[in-house]
Design a protein around this ligand. Sequence first.
Ligand SMILES: O=C(O)c1ccccc1NCC(=O)[C@H](O)[C@H](O)COP(=O)(O)O
Length: 212
Amino acid sequence: MWIKICGLSTPETVDVAVEAGTDAVGFVFAPGSPRAVTAETAAALVARVPAGVETVGVFRNQSADEVVRLARDGGVGVVQLHGDETPEVFDEVRAAGFSVIRALGAARWSSEPQDHASAFGETRLLLDAPDPGAGSTFDEAVLGGSTPPAGWILAGGLTPANVARLVATLEPAGVDVSSGVESSRGVKSPALIREFIRAARAARDAGADRSV
Ligand SMILES: O=C(O)c1ccccc1NCC(=O)[C@H](O)[C@H](O)COP(=O)(O)O
């Protein structure tokens, strides 16, 4: 199972996440976020990340040109789009050489799974609460009978205390956390990052082999 620590903004917390064994680190470029970083800051943080750990830029409702410019200047390899971006925006970002994650509310996905498969199927899917980065979980019932595609990533209100239970129940291929490893909004806690990765890895070891 793949683990991503999102919303990092300091060298110390990037180093802690990498040392603790994260598979990916996320940098938020969405305007207005308490975790937002500039491309210059992201580039300095990305430079600390060893090969083999994915670097993800997080965006919401920005133009394809802006996404590509910030992702290039920030040096990330993956783009995560959280808004109402059209399939054309995904195509443009992919054509610029980035791997893409489509992030959306679980309820929205479960109401249109076929639309996702036909229009966005080449992207990895991240299912989240309706308000990204707010630390709220989504009601597991919204998935109803729909089974997310192989490789899907679970996000929204994960914490060191609940990640094992949610992984066992929902069987995602990956997990993504931000608020649950913060001591206050926007401020990452090295201790909580370590605790989350330990708990998620234990859940991974206890479960079936699923890969993103
Ligand atoms: O973190 C933000 O402020 C943010 C702003 C705009 C779009 C996305 C944002 N964050 C995304 C994430 O950090 C995670 O992918 C995900 O939403 C989980 O967040 P959390 O519930 O806080 O763990």
